[in-house]
Ligand binder design. Structure first.
Ligand code: GDP
Length: 196
């Protein structure tokens, strides 16, 4: 798959209808500021496919990026943003939960976490939603360039251990948008999920 071909296709929000549910999709989820936009940009070799600004107003929609005519990367709204109202948080949560629970086209969910702060409450919620419908997950511990090698391996190991009880297919990798560490592994995971 040539991820560099990705381009913005469509978006929807709590107030609009989702696009047709009959293709192949892989969703990206993560806490605000975890590095989700950067990882999408690194994956697609584009500087601003996904916006790296964490301004909440911009991210309350679900964005679709087409790789070809039937494969899409889906950018879910960042969660856990502290500075927004409770009602807006609930709106996002509803949008995301509804999408994850019902979307037939989804082949898997990439959950982006800052390697320095993995498995926060909202991440665990996301993992539970995916697990409930046995949706494969890939946990990406990004910003690995911020840590020394032994700390990276220690965190990878402890996250793997924490999720080892979950029966749904779940894998973990380290990543950096800064150095592109882990890029081949991420591409290979998503390519496998997106096989026709
Ligand atoms: P999002 O809110 O999850 O989409 O997060 P962004 O991609 O906008 O990243 C949040 C902040 O973390 C930005 O200042 C990025 O430059 C920074 N960032 C993202 N990924 C990395 C990374 O791999 N390494 C480093 N050092 N900084 C990163």
């Amino acid at each position: 798959l040539n991820f560099n071909k990705a381009k913005f296709t469509t978006a929807f929000s709590a107030k609009s209808k989702p696009p047709e549910d009959r293709f192949i999709e892989v969703a990206f989820a993560g806490r605000s500021n975890a590095g989700k936009s950067s990882s999408l940009n690194t994956l697609t070799g584009q500087k601003k496919l996904a916006r790296t600004s964490s301004k909440p107003g911009r991210t309350q929609q679900i964005n679709f990026f087409g790789i070809d005519d039937k494969r899409f990367l889906v950018d879910l709204p960042g969660y856990g943003y502290a500075a927004v109202s409770k009602s807006l948080k609930q709106e996002w949560q509803g949008l995301m939960e509804g999408f994850l629970r019902s979307r037939q086209s989804l082949r898997g969910v990439v959950i982006i976490m800052d390697i320095r702060h993995p498995l926060k409450e909202n991440d665990i919620q996301m993992i539970e939603w995916c697990d409930e419908r046995a949706l494969p997950m890939h946990l990406v511990l990004t910003k690995a360039d911020k840590l020394k090698k032994n700390k990276i391996n220690q965190t990878l190991f402890s996250v793997q251990k924490s999720v080892s009880d979950i029966k749904t297919d779940i894998s973990v990798q380290v990543f950096s948008s800064e150095t592109r560490l882990g890029l081949p592994e991420l591409k290979s995971k998503i390519s496998n999920w997106m096989k026709a």
